[in-house]
Design a protein around this ligand. Structure first.
Ligand code: IPM
Ligand code: MG
Length: 355
């Protein structure tokens, strides 16, 4: 996955023979997945040095000084680190591969063949988080095309801005084209450009105009609601999908559901100078303390991290070991219908690694 991505951090990787990874274990049950994953990757003897930033500004400095970050998941306590990893480090391409592993519990009758990547724009859209009261809007306020009135005349209420920039579209869509070029050669651009011809329209327009630079990539444009429908009907027909931020957040959880749930969905977030890796799932507060959270998403995020750091072969070995554990079906966590703990799942993966 790292191949077509932006260059990795200029600092460090392999420089003095030492690669440093900052580990933010995250909140609730997330650390229970991160710890055995770090232990497993550490046991591969790749010479990675793991650092554990404290909350606060000093910790953010530790993140910056590392070659990349492995992040658990946050329900609030680790949010500052996540915001730094995204907006502070400008990691604009949120890359979420969704692949069904034989043996994983999918709600679909035939999940075979699902192997797609959702590239989610990671910094813009409503995630600029500029909300307010309607009455704060300067007058004359923008006119609603559907209500045919200035929006501040709709009554007491709130607004949120959706911001889509030229640069924001171009960099993430270019990333998606390069990824599509290196994979199956198909790219789906999707948004709600019929209702939002200016903002989502811009995203699609930039996507269409970049097609000229990537003649080997076949481009399809779908409305986002149609894409949601088609993903459920036949996700196997998709290769790379690129979408604005909020749609990507929602659809990546939907697609994770198709391949066995949130415990199966890894993420890599790339910027031009930094990358971090995290499971797509939340912190599973209901599982905290049970030792049964499925670490697959974190482990597969770890393999994307290894690739990024130049350890392609070890990454492939871990992926194959995970595949074997699912295929064997003996040591699976409760979300996958098994009774294994997080630790014993990781031990089974490590066991396959040693064979
Ligand atoms: C995700 C999560 C985050 C997001 C939350 C924790 C802010 O849902 O990574 O998908 O919305 O991006
Ligand atoms: Mg999400």
């Amino acid at each position: 996955m790292a191949g077509p991505g932006p260059r990795r951090s200029a600092v460090g990787v392999g420089d003095a023979g030492v690669t440093t990874v900052a580990v933010v274990e995250g909140d609730d049950a997330a650390p229970e997945a991160v710890r055995p994953v770090v232990a497993l990757l550490d046991g591969m003897g790749l010479g990675i040095e793991w650092t554990y930033p404290e909350p606060g500004p000093e910790g953010l400095g530790v993140i910056d000084a590392a070659d990349c970050t492995l992040f658990g998941a946050t329900s609030g306590r680790s949010a500052a680190a996540l915001f730094h990893l995204r907006w502070g480090r400008q990691t604009y391409a949120n890359v979420r591969p969704l692949r069904w592993l034989e043996g994983a519990r999918s709600p679909l009758a035939s999940p075979g063949g699902i192997d797609l990547v959702i590239v989610r724009e990671n910094l813009e859209d409503v995630y600029v988080r500029a909300e307010g009261d309607l009455e704060e809007l300067a007058r004359p306020a923008p006119v609603s095309l559907t209500w045919r009135r200035p929006v501040n005349e709709l009554g007491p209420g709130r607004f949120a801005l959706k911001v889509i920039t030229d640069v924001g579209c171009e960099r993430v869509i270019r990333y998606a084209y390069r990824l599509a070029q290196s994979r199956g050669g198909r790219l789906c651009l999707s948004a709600k450009h019929n209702m939002l011809p200016r903002t989502d329209g811009l995203f699609i327009e930039v996507g269409r105009s970049l097609a000229r630079s990537y003649p080997a990539v076949e481009v399809e444009v779908l409305l986002i609601d149609d894409l949601a429908h088609q993903l459920v009907l036949d996700a196997s027909r998709f290769d790379v999908i690129v979408v604005p931020n909020l749609y990507g957040d929602i659809l990546s959880d939907l697609a994770a559901g198709l391949v066995g749930g949130l415990g199966m969905a890894p993420t890599a977030c790339y910027g031009d100078h930094y990358a971090y890796f995290e499971p797509a799932h939340g912190t599973a507060p209901d599982l905290a303390g049970t030792g049964t959270i499925n670490p697959t998403a974190t482990l597969l995020s770890g393999t994307m991290m290894l690739e990024h750091l130049g350890f392609a072969d070890p990454a492939r070995r871990v992926v194959e070991a995970v595949e074997q554990v699912y295929r064997a079906g003996r040591v699976l966590t409760p979300d996958q219908g098994g009774t294994a703990t997080t630790e014993s799942f990781c031990a089974a993966v490590a066991d396959h690694l040693d064979r």
